[in-house]
Design a binder for this molecule. Sequence first.
Ligand code: 9WO
Length: 272
Amino acid sequence: MDTPGGGAAGPADRAMRIDVVTLFPAMVAEAAKVGITGRAAERGLWSLRCWNPRDFATDAHRTVDDRPYGGGPGMVMMAAPLAAASAAARGAQRGDGVARSHTIYLTPAGRPLTHARVVELAADRATGLVLLAGRYEGIDERLVEREVDEEIAIGDFVVSGGELPALMLIDAIARQLPGALNDAQSAVEESFVAGLLDCPHYTRPEIHEGAKVPDVLLSGHHEAIRRWRLEQSLKRTMERRPDLLEGRALAKEERECLARIRDVASGNGRRK
Ligand code: 9WO
């Protein structure tokens, strides 16, 4: 299924090409048209094509799955239709001027995805990505051995298919493409990239169900607001993801802020 992306792009700012092998191409194509990924495609930053292994099945019933050797529940995706669909994707990437292809299988057994890996994948726009989205109980291992360059897990959980993990990977990559984000969205990105969780956000009305917006955010005092937001990010990160702080180089202001937060948390909070 063709999902035309954006306009032409030169070598330096060429559009990133991503193909998805999936039994549900419409699910992937429609979801990718929404929000930041859709806007990035319209801006010519990336383009999507989907390939359905069922279109490459050779029998009259367009069979793509079969019972597992060795017995057991469920069905396994057959190697041949997947291999033919992957080859078609790679061939189309070559035909469209993509220098090389990198095939990624989305599976809980893969290497956990990190921001660093997303940045690497987004930076190499000369390499087309072919994302394999499995269904049923999995795919024939011989396909994995022969065709897959990298296995990626989005998290330690199992969902019904690889399509949603593939869409999460696409979304994370699209956000890294120059021109994809506006200033506000970049700010959200920056906070995670800075290694901190985001601060709390508030909008109108000032009182919702009796709960007020923090006074500092209404003060118009930009430096006080900046400090409050940094403090809140550090506090949340310390409480929810202390691992993000381990080994992270802290600026002097961040160190002092964390010390104050820890003092308050341990009950030694000195009034200013
Ligand atoms: C399922 C599974 C369960 C335990 C350990 C390893 C596993 N691999 C798979 C698998 O590859 N399943 C196929 C793809 C078929 C069933 C749907 N699939 C899937 C991929 N479910 N969940 C994912 C997934 C992918 C990336 N990150 C998290 C979950």
